[in-house]
Design a protein around this ligand. Structure first.
Ligand code: NAD
Length: 492
């Protein structure tokens, strides 16, 4: 027998937990309107009664300011709950559809039904929002659900396990904490839908330094690389489970000269550094502007940054820190590349002890530098200059499709062309990142930035199968349908 194989408690509980959830779902209780409402109300209690616990956990994991914690996570979860509570009856209602001559006389409807027992695998950057919003969606749609929070944000993972355990129906809503081992054990089970948020691809292995992060270990579903998104798909394929992948990518921002510079720069800064220090899937990853406008833009960013974060931004408590030393090392390696020598025009200061990096702007890094080929996911912003602003369109379309793409311009034709030509999960014009706060706009990626969408009613739909139902009586018989197939019937 092998000397010591350490199997975590969570791994050993996985099969029984999955079975328990299946039994709860089969009992039919999660499908009722009343159960869904009771669980949504329980979730609302968690966010209102335990706001302080959540803020503390987010601060411990990410150094998130209370204001940011409330604005970007807690209030967003409460809003999703309130919206689901308000709209649930309507969402659950079958949708009438017009039937055609082929089924005349008949009527038809689309009946939303829960998928069944679903798995939510979440990430660390907005650990509350990106865990609880999919759980709210799954519950609204009447599923039993297991949440696997990210081990990279341990305090938040712990607080969610504790509070969901305390407030929710434990037979149908479970939190299983852990890392790759636990996720692998979960992926071995049969689920009716899997919702994954995280990296598609850890291309940056070497950037993480000597200590290989545990999540880079390959597991039984690996396809010979570290593409976690593909690991999830490979596991789901075993049971033909539908999957939503909320991935990332490099989100570009075109900044034209025909803009309100002050407003544009404030929004750019808020979306980049004001959202978790750039550790946001839809944060501006790089900017494209014209050679003629670049210095004006850099000056405006510099003075606005100073107004927001002072002269010593590394010590500003208004900016989150980097999640852990591994990611800190990854980001400093991006910055230290020889190719960037002399190109840092704002910031560059790094505080290893407190895991803080100042807002940093790099002007015209080589296009083959790591900072231009990897998703940055941190407070570094390269600016690429072009002769004509439309050259930026070609650059963007030559890359993988991003999760979001942005443009700042007053030029109507330029806006239209951008929207038409650039493919991305979503687009915002004269804004960054906040498109995802509007429940009217489905949120999700395309191509390498993901598949499937959620938010607002789309969240309910993400966890529901729209079951088409045809209703007929016993009239409307057409003999041509039945043998014997005579010539006369053929002419009919
Ligand atoms: P992470 O390290 O927390 O990993 C995400 C989840 O995958 C975790 O629960 C983890 O346990 C699990 N996991 C990791 N490796 C695994 C493996 N080998 N096998 C099985 N499970 C594994 O988060 P991350 O990947 O660093 O997340 C950052 C990425 O997520 C970025 O690319 C970002 O753009 C993207 N993101 C996307 C969205 C979105 O909504 N589209 C939101 C936030 C982040």
């Amino acid at each position: 027998m092998a000397a010591s194989v350490s199997v975590s408690v969570s791994v050993s509980v996985v099969p029984a937990a999955a079975e328990g959830l299946r039994a709860a779902y089969t009992s039919g209780k999660t499908r009722t309107y009343e159960w869904r409402v009771s669980q949504l109300n329980a979730m609302l209690k968690i966010t209102t009664r335990h706001e302080k616990d959540i803020v503390l956990a987010l601060n411990s994991d990410l150094g998130k300011h209370e204001h940011e914690a409330f604005l970007h996570e807690i209030s967003a979860v409460s809003a999703a709950c309130r919206m689901a509570l308000k709209e649930l009856r309507l969402w659950m209602k079958p949708e009438k559809v017009k039937t055609s001559m082929t089924t005349f006389p008949s009527s038809g409807e689309l009946v939303p039904e829960p998928y069944g027992v679903v798995l939510v695998i979440s990430t660390w950057n907005y650990p509350i929002l990106l865990s609880l919003e999919p759980v709210i969606a799954a519950i609204s749609a009447g599923n039993a659900v297991v949440l696997k929070p990210s081990e990279v944000a341990p305090a938040t993972s712990e607080v969610m396990a504790k509070l969901l355990g305390q407030y929710m129906d434990a037979s149908a809503v479970k939190v299983i904490e852990g890392g790759v081992q636990e996720t692998t054990a979960l992926l071995e089970q049969k689920w009716d839908k899997i919702f994954y948020t995280g990296f598609l691809d850890h291309k940056q292995l070497a950037l993480f330094g000597d200590e290989v992060p545990v999540y880079l270990y390959l597991n039984k579903f690996s396809t010979g690389n570290n593409k976690v998104g593909r690991i999830i798909l490979a596991a789901a394929a075993q049971h033909l489970t539908p999957v939503i992948l909320e991935l990332g990518g490099k989100c570009p921002v075109i900044v034209d000269s025909n803009i309100n510079l002050t407003v544009a720069v404030k929004r750019l800064i808020s979306g980049k550094w004001g959202c978790n220090s750039g550790q946001t899937c839809v944060a501006p990853d790089y900017v494209i502007t014209t050679k003629a406008f670049a210095s004006k833009l850099v000056d405006a960013i510099s003075s606005e940054l100073e107004r927001f974060y002072g002269k010593d931004p590394v010590n500003s408590t208004d900016m989150s820190r980097i999640i852990n030393s591994r990611h800190f090392e990854r980001l400093t390696k991006l910055l230290d590349e020889d190719k960037l020598f002399g190109k840092i025009v704002i910031g560059g200061q790094c505080d290893k002890t407190n895991l803080k990096i100042a807002p940093t702007v790099i002007l015209d890094p080589p296009l083959d530098s790591l900072i231009m080929t990897e998703e940055i996911f941190g407070p570094l912003l390269p600016i690429i200059t072009v002769n004509d602003i439309r050259d930026g369109f070609n650059f963007i379309t030559s890359k993988e499709k991003p999760l979001a793409a942005y443009i700042f311009t007053n030029d109507r034709k330029l806006k239209e062309d951008f929207v038409q030509r650039v493919s991305a999960g979503g687009i915002a014009v004269n804004e960054v990142t906040i498109h995802l706060t509007d429940p009217a706009l489905p949120f999700g990626g395309v191509g390498e930035s993901g598949m499937g969408t959620y938010h607002g009613k789309y969240s309910f739909e993400a966890f529901s199968h729209k079951k088409p139902v045809l209703y007929r009586g016993f009239t409307g018989e057409i003999s041509a349908r039945y043998p014997p197939y005579t010539t006369r019937k053929l002419k009919f």
